[in-house]
Structures are given as C-alpha cells and as structure tokens.
Design a protein around this ligand. Structure first.
Ligand SMILES: [Zn+2]
Ligand SMILES: [Zn+2]
Length: 237
C-alpha cells in the first residue's frame, strides 16, 4: 500500500514514536539511523522540472509565464519537495509538534537539492515576529537554516532583518490578499551592498512573504536573493 493512501489519522502516534531512531517516522518500518525508511523517502513528492524563479511547475526548467509577466523581487527559488502528503504532515510535526529532528532531515534534503551553492554569501532564515517566536519557542526556518549553513559551509545570519509587523496569519487570508497583508512586514537596518543571500523557509505558499522579504533585502542593497524552501505549495491549494 502506498503511503499516500494511508489516512492522516495516526500520524500523532507515529510522531511520538519517531524518537526511536530505528523506526521510520511515517511507517514505523526499520530505518536504521535514518528518519525515514528508503521506501517512504522515495515516495516523498518532489518536482523533476520547475520554474527556476518560483519553483512551481515549469517545462524544461524554464521560467514560467507568471514570472516572465510579473517578475518577483527574488531571483530564484529551490524547493526540496511539493507541499503535499506526507511532507505537509512532517512540516506540521516540526512546526507545531516541536519535532526538531525533522529540521536536520529537511536541511539534508534541501542540501541535496541545492548541490553546490556557489556564489551565495549568506544564509538567512525567514524571521518570525518576536511574539510568534515567544509563542512557539523556536523558529523552524532558523532551525533548518542552522544545519543547512553547516552542510553548505556558508555563514548564517539570523539577524539580517526583523519582522516589524505581526501580520495576520497568511493562511487565514485568501491568496489575493496575502501580498497586501505582508507589505512593510520586515525591516532591515543593515548594509547588504552586493551580497547574494539565500533565504530559508519551511513552506512557500503564494510566495508573498518571501517576495516582501526579498524586496526588503534588495532595498538594503542585496544584489541577489534566492529562496531555499523545504516545500512549495502547488497553486490553488
Ligand atoms: Zn517508512
Ligand atoms: Zn515562475
């Protein structure tokens, strides 16, 4: 049976059991030192060909029509996975279940996807507002970025910019209102002249938040901004 046909229910139990390193996080089969067994890992949804700018579906890795018609502030986006079951459940387990072991897994998969990240000067996690950070106790993007920074050998700077406005949760808003909701959400006091920055986040949904962040970094002089995300949501979800 494919892991995709298994019901979502029961994932909480599997999450609790995932601390045992020999059990696959998803199916509980023996997985050695790995978080997922080889069979589950092979079935994680990813995209063979994507638009290099927004990481949505694209043929022959060429820029999609939407990016050509209305170029975003970021220059590139790389996503390890498509945001669909069971990647969505894994991300929620990290974010809301505090399963920090998943940050290492995601960092590893992102690193494999990115390969040689030549030309990137700095890795920056997408900042959480301080109130949200206090509530959750950690920033999942920073947890992933920290490990990714070690794997890539590129310095991480979590203080590059701040979230100055505690915006309404994007998930509560229709897609078309998300860009307006994000406007002015970040502040950056630093001089980033000429720097090439990779922004790390868990999920890229409409791209409105990452686009506003890229706009902020470029206003401070950044020459290039790319997004490194664990998962990209297909349009209309
Ligand atoms: Zn498995
Ligand atoms: Zn695109």
């Amino acid at each position: 049976m494919s892991i995709f046909s298994r019901p979502f229910l029961g994932i909480g139990k599997r999450i609790r059991q995932a601390l045992l390193p020999q059990d696959c996080f998803l199916c509980q089969a023996a997985s050695g030192e790995q978080l997922l067994c080889a069979a589950c890992e092979r079935e994680l949804p990813s995209r063979a060909s994507a638009c290099p700018r927004c990481a949505l579906a694209g043929s022959n890795n060429a820029q999609c029509g939407a990016c050509l018609a209305d170029p975003p502030h970021y220059d590139a986006s790389r996503a390890a996975f498509v945001y669909a079951y069971p990647v969505d459940a894994l991300i929620q387990a990290l974010k809301y279940g505090g399963q920090l072991a998943l940050a290492g897994f995601f960092a590893q998969k992102l690193h494999q996807r990115i390969g040689e990240a030549s030309g990137v000067d700095l890795i920056a996690p997408l900042p959480l507002h301080s109130l949200r950070l206090a509530e959750r106790g950690f920033n999942q993007a920073a947890e992933i970025a920290k490990i990714l920074s070690r794997l890539c050998g590129i310095a991480m700077d979590a203080q590059l910019a701040q979230r100055v406005r505690n915006t309404a949760a994007q998930t509560a808003l229709p897609w078309r209102e998300r860009a307006a909701n994000m406007r002015g959400a970040f502040g950056c006091e630093r001089d980033l002249a000429g720097l090439s920055i990779a922004v790390v986040d868990d999920v890229m949904t409409t791209g409105a938040t990452l686009n506003e962040f890229a706009r902020t970094l470029k206003q401070s002089g950044a020459a290039r901004v790319e997004n490194w995300v664990v998962a990209r949501t297909p349009p209309g979800v």
